[in-house]
Design a protein around this ligand. Sequence first.
Ligand code: HH2
Length: 276
Amino acid sequence: MAYADAVRDARMERPLVMGVLNVTPDSFYDGGRYLSTSDAVAHGMAMVAQGADIVDVGGESTRPGAAPVDEGAELERVLPVVAALSPRVRVSVDTLKPAVAEAALAAGATLVNDVSASLWEVAAAARAGWVAMHMQGSPPTMQAAPHYADVVAEVFAFVVERARVALAAGVEEVWVDPGIGFGKTTDHNLSLLRHLPELADMAVAAGCAGVLVGASRKRFLGVLAAPPGAEPAGVEDRFEGSLATAALAMVAGVSMVRVHDVAATVQAARLYGPAA
Ligand code: HH2
């Protein structure tokens, strides 16, 4: 049985939708929109009303070229939002810093969304879930010259190996994520997306909770939306590609998608749900 069918049969529910909530001035899509705690919490609750299963709170942009943020500033951005949302919805914290992950878990988050794939011990200590995402290099320079001999084999082997380490260290809920756009060209991203069914199978075999994919509004979708050779379409013109990619990922057996456009993505995910 294909993995996607097995997921449907086992859970009889739809793939999960993780709503993006960046409390930053410079995130590539929602930067500057939710700088106050009240605006951020209101947007988080709006995504819950649209059907988000998890709200992913971040206080540091990891877009290509992003400058690192001081730990104190990141804590100030993230903690009040995590504390306000976590009684009402499952919250993940999107951070590279162990201290921010620890503090967010203490404030009510239950999942560490770790784009560095290195914080599993923090998750284990707090009995929280953990996302192992692949990134080549680091945000300031990762898009300069991404290079792989075999992007699919290397990325999949990396995240599954990290998942095994985390599971052995006692993390019970481990997600793997190929890291779309993190040190990858458009062709690298497309190769990874086309091979997602293999990653879904590998994740199940390793004992993971599943595969998470975050392609929402990313630059390669702007490349696909523009005429050949033209400048990539801007973030506002990447909705259709984002929704199509989320749907493609779900069909491929991915069990969580990380998106900015929650309402539309939940509609797509409901195609998987039990008959009404
Ligand atoms: N992408 C971004 C941030 N966190 N986490 C996971 N697991 N997977 C992803 O693909 C992923 C992620 C980048 O998107 P965004 O948060 O919208 O932008 P920014 O990094 O500029 O804040």
